[in-house]
Design a protein around this ligand. Structure first.
Ligand SMILES: [Zn+2]
Length: 319
């Protein structure tokens, strides 16, 4: 069942069913006069038809979707993309360099998530929203640059490249509304600010920088894809908490490596998981391991840990 809320004038949140794994799945419709834009495109299990139903209800019969903006190319946000693009003939926008990935999204499972054949097969069965066989690609119409604007009626969304959660991740900011659409960079799951992740192409320094930029923007409304909207002071508190959680995860990793001497990212994550409550488990535990790897790479850059190869697997130790 979908729920629809008008968060701000003309900004509609379509919230799909809650799942323990990813929390909510959401998309945003911006409707101004006879123009609309769709921000992200839900999971494979969400219905693209709902988007058109909502559009008709809130905008009438002659409103059309001009743009579909993809904040980042993860499977849980592009599940209905190809279908909606075909139906609406909207132009698809993404950040610079992401177009190639959206053409053939199956590559994400290997390149971003580091999943081999057996893991992908298992994931298909346990989490059907991450079925690598089902996600269709699209041709992107325009790759956005940093700080480029997208106009929808009187609203002007400015892109902020963040690149923390994954390569080419961007957020959108609308100044007159003081609205930040943060994609998956803040509030990645409703259960805890610790439940965020960075995939193999992500970057922990860039995430930290992005969260600091968001704090300076002081949005009065923070919209994310997996959690509820945060309004007023709540928006700033959520960003502060995300930054705090980010720093705690990183420092816990360093503590663990110092204590155990050496181990793989998976070994390190096993220990981190005991110290920080509410991290990734079950079918999506690999996201926790990936995030740990990204942090370890940053710690290596800073000269705090060293990477030793042990066959194919990286082993991390204290420097
Ligand atoms: Zn997501």
């Amino acid at each position: 069942m979908v729920e629809v809320f008008e968060v701000l004038p003309g900004i509609f949140r379509i919230r799909y069913e809650y799942r323990d794994s990813i929390g909510y799945s959401s998309v945003y419709l911006v409707v101004r006069d006879k123009e609309a834009a769709l921000i992200d495109a839900g999971t494979l299990l969400d219905s693209g038809k709902d988007v058109f139903k909502v559009l008709k209800r809130v905008g009438g019969t002659d409103v059309r979707i001009r743009y579909i903006v993809v904040t980042h190319p993860h499977p849980d946000h592009i599940g209905t993309l190809a279908w909606i693009k075909r139906k609406s003939r909207a132009e698809v926008f993404c950040y610079e360099g992401v177009g190639e990935v959206l053409k053939s999204p199956v590559r994400i499972f290997k390149e971003n998530f580091s999943l081999g054949f057996a893991s992908r097969l298992k994931l298909r069965a346990t989490e059907p929203i991450f079925n690598d066989q089902e996600i269709s690609g699209v041709d992107v119409d325009h790759e956005l640059k940093n700080f480029e604007s997208i106009e929808v009626g009187d609203y002007k969304f400015r892109t902020y490249h963040t690149g923390g959660h994954c390569r080419g991740h961007m957020a959108l900011y609308e100044r007159s509304l003081e609205l930040l659409l943060s994609g998956d960079e803040v509030l990645c799951h409703p259960s805890s600010p610790f439940k965020f992740f960075m995939d193999k192409t992500g970057n922990s320094k860039m995430r930290e920088r992005a969260l600091k930029v968001f704090m300076e923007l002081k949005p009065k409304c923070l919209l994310s894809l997996h959690d509820e909207p945060r309004m007023g002071m709540e928006a700033q508190i959520a960003i502060e908490q995300a930054l705090e959680a980010h720093k705690i995860w990183k420092s816990t990793i360093l503590d663990v490596v110092s204590e155990i001497g050496e181990g793989s990212a998976k070994d390190v994550y096993e220990h981190v998981k005991i110290r920080i409550e509410g991290l990734w488990t079950g079918a999506l535990e690999f996201l926790g391991v990936l995030t740990t790897s990204v942090f370890l790479s940053e710690l290596e850059e800073d000269g705090k840990v060293i990477r030793k190869e042990n066959g194919k697997r990286a082993i991390w130790g204290i420097s």
